[in-house]
Design a protein. Structure first.
Length: 395
C-alpha cells in the first residue's frame, strides 16, 4: 500500500518533468529542405516548409504543399534566425531531408556551413547534401515538382533510386561529408542538381499539375571537391567510373557496340578491391573489379546461343567498364588533382611510415600515381530470349 501511495505521489512530478518544455505541432514549421547561398554581404538561407493545412485531410484549397522562405545575414546562423521575422512558427529541422549549396557558395567553400549544421542539436544526420549546378540553392528549392508533392522528397528519393539503379550519382550525409573533408588521403564529392525549363514558371503550383512539366529539377553527375571547395564536375562516364572504383555500383546500364548497333547489359552486381603498395619508394595502386550482368536490350543481329559470341560480349563488357574507370582516374589526376577515390587512405593503411613522407605533397603524388586496373566482367543471364525477334521483322 505504501509503495502504491509513493508511486501515486510521484506521478505529478514525472508529468511535470516530461511535459514542461513540450511544443504543440501547430506551433512548429516543419522544414524539409535547407538551401545556402553566398552573397556579397554574407549568406542567403532558404528554407522549404511543409504547408501542413494543405497536406492534412482530403480537402484541398489548391495552394502549394510547401512554402519557401529566404533571408540574408552576415553569417549563416544569423540568416537562419532572421527567418523568424517571416515564418510565424518555430522552424523545426528534425525532419530535414535535403541541404542544397549554391554552386557559387560551393566554389568559395562550404566549411563554415558544415560547422553550423553540425552544431544544431535538432538535426539528425540522415539528410543528404547536394550542389545546385549552375544555379543558386534558392532556385532549386523554389521549383514545384510532379509525382512527389514535396520537392525535398523528390530530390531525396531520386538520389536513393539513382544511386541504386544508375551509379552516376551518390547519396552523401552530413557525417560522411565531414569525415571525407577531414580525412588524410580522401577528398569529397557531391551530386549536382540542375533546373531544366523556365525557372520563373517553375515556382507556380500549376507546373506540378501539368502532365509534362515544362520546368523541373533533375540530378546531374558528381561534383569534385578539394578540401571544402568545389573545383569541377564529372560527366556520366567518369561519375560511373568513380562509383566502380569506390565500390558503389549496385546496378547500372552498360551499352556496348554490336555490328553497327548496340547491346545494353544490366550490371546486377559489382565488387571492387583496392590495394596500395610501395615499390622503389613510389606509391602504386592496384584495382580489381569483378562485375556480373544480364542482357537487357539487343539491337543487333547476334546469336546469343553461340559461346564465341558471348565470349566476345564479355570482352567488350570488360573493356567498357575498364574504360570508365581509367577515364575517371585520368580526369581526376590531370584536371583536378583531387583524390576522391581514397587512394591516399589505402597507402596510409598499407604503409603508415611511407604515408608520413607522402602526405604533405599528396596532391602532386596523386597526379603522378601509377594505377593498375584489372576488370573481370561476365554476362550471367541472357534474358528470356536467345535471339531477338527483330531479326525476323527485318528479314
Amino acid at each position: 500500500m505504501k509503495k502504491m501511495l509513493r508511486v501515486f505521489l510521484m506521478l505529478p512530478i514525472i508529468c511535470l518533468s516530461g511535459c514542461w518544455s513540450s511544443i504543440e505541432l501547430n506551433e512548429l514549421a516543419i522544414a524539409t529542405a535547407l538551401g545556402i547561398d553566398k552573397t556579397e554581404a554574407g549568406y542567403l538561407v532558404t528554407v522549404q516548409i511543409l504547408n501542413t493545412s494543405e497536406l492534412a485531410g482530403d480537402a484541398r484549397s489548391g495552394r502549394s504543399e510547401v512554402v519557401t522562405f529566404k533571408k540574408s545575414g552576415a553569417t549563416i546562423y544569423e540568416a537562419m534566425r532572421s527567418l523568424s521575422t517571416d515564418v510565424p512558427r518555430r522552424i523545426y529541422v528534425s525532419h530535414l531531408r535535403e541541404v542544397v549549396f549554391g554552386e557559387e557558395m560551393a566554389r568559395e567553400g562550404i566549411g563554415k556551413a558544415l560547422d553550423v549544421l553540425s552544431r544544431q542539436k535538432e538535426l539528425r544526420s540522415d539528410f543528404y547534401m547536394t550542389v545546385a549546378k549552375g544555379a543558386t540553392a534558392f532556385d532549386i528549392l523554389n521549383i514545384q515538382t510532379g509525382i512527389e508533392k514535396i520537392p525535398a522528397n523528390k530530390i531525396y528519393n531520386a538520389l536513393e533510386n539513382s544511386e541504386k539503379r544508375w551509379a552516376a550519382t551518390r547519396t552523401v550525409t552530413l557525417d560522411e561529408l565531414i569525415s571525407s573533408m577531414i580525412s588524410n588521403g580522401r577528398e569529397s564529392m557531391l551530386t549536382g542538381i540542375f533546373i531544366y525549363g523556365d525557372r520563373k514558371s517553375g515556382s507556380n503550383v500549376l507546373n506540378a499539375q501539368d502532365i509534362s512539366p515544362k520546368t523541373g529539377i533533375r540530378l546531374d553527375y558528381l561534383g569534385v571537391f578539394k578540401k571544402d571547395k568545389l573545383v569541377g564536375w564529372l560527366d556520366k562516364n567518369d561519375s560511373k567510373g568513380v562509383s566502380y572504383i569506390t565500390n558503389h555500383v549496385k546496378s547500372t546500364a552498360v551499352t556496348i557496340p554490336c555490328e553497327g548497333e548496340k547491346i545494353t547489359i544490366n550490371t546486377i552486381r559489382s565488387k571492387t578491391k583496392i590495394k596500395g603498395r610501395m615499390e622503389k619508394g613510389k606509391p602504386k595502386i592496384d584495382i580489381n573489379v569483378t562485375s556480373e550482368g544480364s542482357i537487357g536490350d539487343v539491337e543487333c543481329k547476334i546469336d546469343l546461343s553461340k559461346e564465341e559470341n558471348i565470349k566476345e560480349l564479355n570482352e567488350r563488357y570488360e573493356k567498357d567498364v575498364k574504360g570508365k574507370i581509367v577515364g575517371s582516374i585520368k580526369k581526376l589526376q590531370d584536371d583536378y588533382q583531387s583524390d576522391i577515390f581514397g587512394f591516399g587512405e589505402e597507402i596510409h593503411r598499407t604503409d603508415p611510415k611511407a604515408w608520413k613522407r607522402l602526405e604533405e605533397n599528396w596532391e602532386q603524388e596523386f597526379a603522378n600515381l601509377e594505377v593498375k586496373v584489372t576488370v573481370k566482367a561476365k554476362i550471367r543471364n541472357l534474358g528470356t530470349m536467345l535471339e531477338s525477334f527483330q531479326k525476323e521483322i527485318e528479314e
